[in-house]
Design a protein around this ligand. Structure first.
Ligand SMILES: Cc1cc2nc3c(=O)[nH]c(=O)nc-3n(C[C@H](O)[C@H](O)[C@H](O)COP(=O)(O)OP(=O)(O)OC[C@H]3O[C@@H](n4cnc5c(N)ncnc54)[C@H](O)[C@@H]3O)c2cc1C
Length: 387
């Protein structure tokens, strides 16, 4: 139905094989222990799956946002936390791909494309969440270096990453126009990890505070223009939010598959519980939600790759918001469909519900996505001179 090319089909099958054969037996362990899924990282590296969306000149497979979404969806059907090894790296890599100069691309993209080094991206601070313009961390030019100070929070891929795209104010008096993007490498003196967060879901993915104390980075590590940080961030979200959507879609599909299988085998009143119309309607609603989400996601990801428009802010916000709302609805219904066992930690369905929640929160909450969608519509109407 979605007319994947042979190469895209091969990407799906390779990822599915790793997800089902290698990840599935380990997902409960990762969820319970919060151990980083290095064994799966190794499998993904061997299969070249980190590189599906990178240009071939940097060692990638030459695909785009769509191929990345296919990988994230397949991994998230099994464990959305583990999918973040690739999705979190993409969030760190896209700013370099979109706004890096030649030297930065040559230095960092090959390692990110091979998965040799993982990436991360953090703009969030204790006082700057939805409102990134409130960024307090500073970068002050001192000779050939910028000196970084401040605290970033909620960094996905936490201490597992080695290449970080981060945002600091280079001109606090200029507010939003004073924020700049930087590439910072793990191990740079003055860059340390603070608290590791204890989370409801995606527990295979470490979420860390990042602490900067007179951390000196070469001035070549400025990404894009001074004061252009929020443009870098927004351009990144335009292409990365479909990644969150594909994570959400995978969660929804995984939750429905598990609940459906259970409802076919579980017998009450002398019959499988799926024979009750109430359960059938839940199943039908889940399936409709999931297919609608997939149609929107694949259409938007393909449009981004085709690149007919300058920006896809509205579409990427729509797909992130829609798919994550679907993931939440479907995973809650999946738990309900399984009854008591659906609530138990040793049965896989409750994990989908815990994992689904974050997709409505990160890379901009769904309230912020709705604000952006409406704002873009209002701007478009004004541009088109609509009455
Ligand atoms: C597990 C996890 C991983 C994360 N990973 C990363 C990462 O890798 N990199 C990174 O930079 N950040 C990351 N984040 C941060 C995440 O993007 C933010 O938490 C999110 O953007 C919301 O910011 P906040 O938590 O400060 O909430 P707040 O901004 O304080 O929002 C609180 C509530 O107010 C609502 N609200 C705020 N402003 C408005 C408004 N204008 N209109 C309507 N409602 C509004 C919000 O929608 C929300 O419901 C992560 C967060 C979590 C929990």
């Amino acid at each position: 139905m979605y007319e994947l090319t042979e190469e895209q089909q091969a990407i799906v099958e390779t990822t599915r094989e790793i997800a089902q054969k290698k990840l599935k037996p380990l997902r409960e362990h990762y969820d319970k222990t919060e151990e980083y899924p290095w064994a799966i990282v190794e499998e993904l590296r061997k299969a070249d799956l980190f590189g599906v969306y990178f240009p071939t000149e940097y060692g990638g497979l030459g695909g785009g946002a769509f191929e990345l979404c296919l990988v994230i969806e397949e991994l998230s059907k099994v464990c959305a936390g583990t999918a973040l090894v690739i999705a979190g790296t993409a969030l760190g890599a896209y700013p370099i791909m979109l706004h890096g100069n030649d030297a930065q691309k040559k230095k960092y993209l090959p390692d990110l494309a091979s998965g040799k080094r993982l990436g991360a991206f953090t703009i969030t601070e204790p006082e700057a969440g939805s409102d990134a313009t409130a960024t307090k961390a500073t970068a002050v030019l001192d000779g050939d270096h910028y000196v970084l100070n401040g605290t970033k929070v909620y960094c996905t891929n936490g201490n597992a990453a080695e290449i970080y795209t981060l945002f600091f104010s280079t001109a606090p008096a200029r507010g939003a126009r004073g924020i700049s993007a930087f590439i910072v490498e793990k191990g740079t003196p003055g860059f340390e990890f603070g608290r590791k967060e204890e989370k409801m879901g995606i527990r295979a993915s470490p979420t860390y505070q990042l602490l900067f104390n007179n951390c000196r980075v070469p001035k070549e590590n400025l990404l894009g223009l001074p004061g252009g940080g929020l443009l870098v961030a927004q351009a990144t979200f335009d292409v990365s939010r479909p990644g969150v959507a594909s994570q959400a879609l995978g969660i929804a599909q995984g939750a429905m598959d598990e609940a459906f299988a259970y409802a076919r085998s579980r017998r009450q009143f002398g019959q499988p519980v799926i024979s009750f119309q109430a359960m059938q309607h839940k199943l039908a609603n889940m399936a409709m939600d999931i297919e609608a989400a997939r149609c929107l996601l694949y259409t938007v990801a393909r449009a981004i790759d085709k690149g007919g428009k300058k920006r896809y802010t509205k579409e990427s916000a729509m797909v992130k918001c829609f798919c994550s709302d679907v993931a939440m609805r479907v995973s809650v219904e999946a738990v309900q469909m399984c009854g008591g066992i659906g609530y138990m930690r040793d049965f896989p369905v409750e994990k989908y519900m815990r994992d689904a929640k974050i997709t409505q929160i990160y890379e901009g909450t769904n309230e912020i996505q709705r604000n952006e969608i409406a704002m873009m519509m209002i701007k478009e109407a004004a541009r088109e001179g609509k009455k």
